[in-house]
Each structure stands twice: as C-alpha cells, then as structure tokens.
Design a protein around this ligand. Structure first.
Ligand SMILES: NC(=O)c1ccc[n+]([C@@H]2O[C@H](COP(=O)([O-])OP(=O)(O)OC[C@H]3O[C@@H](n4cnc5c(N)ncnc54)[C@H](O)[C@@H]3O)[C@@H](O)[C@H]2O)c1
Ligand SMILES: [Zn+2]
Length: 279
C-alpha cells in the first residue's frame, strides 16, 4: 500500500469515528457532488463550453448567460441553456453516495439537514425531505416573474422545455407568469441579479441555524464545493464545528480538528459508511 493510500484510509476511518460520535449531520455541497451522477460542473471556460458548445461558438461564457440581462435580451438562448439544464436534472439519477448519506442520517439522534449552492434538486430527487434543504442559490425547479408583479415563485413542473441543443435555443413556448403574463425566469440567483426572489431560501437557512444550535456535537460533511464561488464552503466553516471535506482536488483543511478526504463523492461516502457497517 502506498503512503498516500494509507493516508486516505486513515482519513476515512477518522471521519467514520467523528460521525459516530456526533448527534447532528450537516451536509454542505457544490457542483462536485453531482459529478459522479454524470452531471457537469462548470470549471473554467472550457468545462462550461464543453457542456454547452453552442455557447462556446457564440463566445458566451457562464457569467454572461447566467444573468438576468440574458433573459431580457435573448430569452430563447437563456432558456435554451436553463431549459436544457432543467431537463438534465429531471432525468438524472442521483448516485449511490446520496443513499449512503441517508443511512448516516438514520444514525444521528437529531438527523440531517443540508445546505447546497446547487440548483439541481438532486437531494430531493434522492429522497431527502424538502423541508430539510437550504438551496442558497435557489432552485431550477421553481420559476419567478421577470416583471416582479408580486406573484411568488412557483413550481416549474408544468414547463416542459424543448431545446435545439446544437444552437442552445428554446423552440417551445417561453414560460410566462400566471398573473401578469410576463416572461418567467428560473428562481435562481444569477450574476448581477438584484431581482432574485430568495426569501424562502433565507427562511430555510435561518431554521437550519436554529436546528444546529440545538445540537451538542454537530458535524459538517462538505462535498464537492469549489473555491471560486465559495458559498457552501463558507457556510460550513462558519458553523464552527468539526468538518469533513470530500473533494478529489481541493480537499485541504485549515484546522487540526477537520478531516480532508481527497476522493470523489461516491467513493468517499461508500467507504465511510462501509467503515461504519452501514452499507
Ligand atoms: N448542479 C448544479 O446545480 C450546478 C452545476 C454547476 C454550477 N453550479 C453553480 O455554479 C457555481 C459553481 O461553484 P461550485 O463550487 O458548486 O462548483 P465548482 O465547479 O467551482 O467546483 C466543483 C468542485 O467539485 C470538486 N469535484 C470534482 N469532481 C468531484 C467528485 N467526483 N466528487 C466531489 N467533488 C468533486 C472540484 O475539485 C471542485 O472543487 C455555484 O454557484 C453552483 O451553484 C451549480
Ligand atoms: Zn408576473
């Protein structure tokens, strides 16, 4: 066994021990948690353009399309991008790591809550209770009115986008607000976005904090959270309790009590739960 393998093995065991001693589990996550389910993250221009080559051909990057202005100026293109992502997330089967997290939650006296910067709804799809979720950047499965007519965000369930993937263009009807008939947009925090309707997500964050305050030995497992937009990283670190960081290439931790596991999400979660005989 190489030295590196034995370091990873001890980290997995240390994580299992820490979890076994804890009474509340907080999962924080970013785009990396979905990679083992086959979902893209958007690391750099190339990663994004590989996932959406039509936008690469037009020289449009993530920040330009994930932007309310794109919905005002090029609604078919913006909805081509988000409509494709909506269908992708609807069709994706969450990987086994999510089931392993549910197994860990069963062992916790206070159970589990999760905080994610992902908008993809994969935790809910895997069977996590919606009321235990905080989606700090919103959800692609909800829509909001572009004109802010007063209508609250509503589920996107009735919207079935048809997308010409080669040109990243929505070819079916644009979604509209049920009250004023104006254009609907995803209920997601975008770049340069002053109109994001985020109060439901702020409420779930404050009830998560109330729940954590009741725990005496909380533990955070951070999975696939990057450093470029570190919302999930910061939230977990600021809880000021032991943290297990799962990330194949950015797993360094700053504090002695924290544990770094340089593995992908699925492998790490399978190995931790196996170490606890929870498979
Ligand atoms: N699925 C989604 O909802 C989705 C997808 C892409 C981007 N976004 C948004 O874009 C922003 C990007 O920030 P981010 O930090 O979420 O993503 P990011 O792309 O910046 O970082 C992804 C992280 O995942 C790690 N990673 C790679 N493979 C992994 C694996 N198999 N298992 C675990 N981790 C792995 C990478 O090392 C990296 O640190 C966020 O605001 C996010 O909400 C969301
Ligand atoms: Zn409206």
């Amino acid at each position: 066994m190489t030295n590196e393998n034995s370091l990873v093995r001890s980290a997995v065991h240390a994580a299992a021990e820490l979890i076994a001693e804890s009474d509340a589990l907080i999962i924080t996550s970013g785009a990396g948690i979905g990679i083992d389910s086959g979902l893209p993250d958007f690391r750099g221009e190339n990663g994004f353009w590989n996932a959406y080559p039509a936008l690469g051909n037009l020289g449009i990057n993530f920040t330009q399309i994930a932007n309310p202005k794109a919905f005002q100026q090029h609604p078919e293109l913006a909805w081509g991008f988000y409509g494709h992502r909506l269908q992708l997330y609807r069709d994706t089967v969450p990987h086994e790591g999510f089931q392993r997290l549910l197994k860990l939650a069963e062992q916790m006296p206070l159970g589990l809550r999760h905080f994610t910067s992902n908008v993809d709804g994969q935790f809910q799809k895997a069977g996590f209770k919606p009321e235990h979720a905080t989606q700090c950047h919103g959800s692609i499965h909800m829509l909001q009115c572009m004109d802010q007519c007063g209508q609250e965000a509503w589920p996107a369930d009735d919207f079935q986008p048809v997308v010409d993937v080669a040109n990243c263009k929505l070819t079916s009807a644009l979604p509209s607000c049920p009250v004023c008939g104006g254009l609907a947009r995803p209920n997601i925090l975008m770049f340069g976005d002053w109109d994001f309707e985020g109060h439901r997500y702020e409420q779930s964050e404050s009830s998560l904090l109330t729940w954590v305050a009741r725990a005496s030995r909380p533990v955070v497992i951070e999975i696939g959270a990057g450093t470029a937009i570190p919302s999930a990283r910061h939230f977990g670190e600021e809880l000021n309790c032991p943290l297990i960081r799962i990330n194949p290439s950015e797993s360094q931790v700053g504090l002695h009590r924290d544990i770094s596991i340089p593995l992908g999400a699925k492998e790490a979660l399978v190995r931790i739960t196996d170490a606890l005989n929870l498979s």
